[in-house]
Design a protein. Structure first.
Length: 133
């Protein structure tokens, strides 16, 4: 969600790559649905792990910042970046995976996570571009 929302807000102003602690490849259907509500298309996105990022040739030293959205990703990012001059920020965002008793409850939790991510992005980098930009 964070990568898609950030690309919507800031376009090509920066290079954005979403990476997780583990690779699930397919993006969660609830994430796709709640992002579609705000005009962010995720169905073609794929997740990858830190290990895959390194295997595919992405050099962590070429990044300026890692935004960690979970304690596990923060730990992994700090481990991987200890030899680079790279800032790691931890944003405690709700992880809605597996929460909620029914579809609507799950959707509400995913919306909450989506909105937390968007608010933090705007707080950190401003409102971004409009659809007319």
């Amino acid at each position: 969600m964070a990568e898609g929302i950030m690309k919507q807000l800031y376009g090509t102003e920066c290079y954005i790559q979403s990476v997780g602690v583990k690779n699930d490849l397919e993006i969660d259907g609830f994430s796709i649905a709640v992002c579609e509500e705000i005009g962010v298309e995720l169905s073609r996105h794929r997740s990858r792990s830190f290990d895959e990022m390194e295997d595919w040739g992405d050099d962590l030293s070429s990044f300026d910042l890692v935004l960690a959205l979970s304690p596990a990703s923060q730990r992994r990012a700090l481990d991987l970046t200890q030899f680079y001059h790279l800032e790691v920020e931890y944003w405690p965002i709700l992880d809605p995976t597996g929460l909620g008793d029914n579809r609507e409850a799950r959707m509400a939790l995913y919306r909450q996570a989506r909105d937390q991510i968007k608010a933090r992005l705007i707080e950190r980098w401003g409102p971004g571009r409009t659809l007319d930009d």
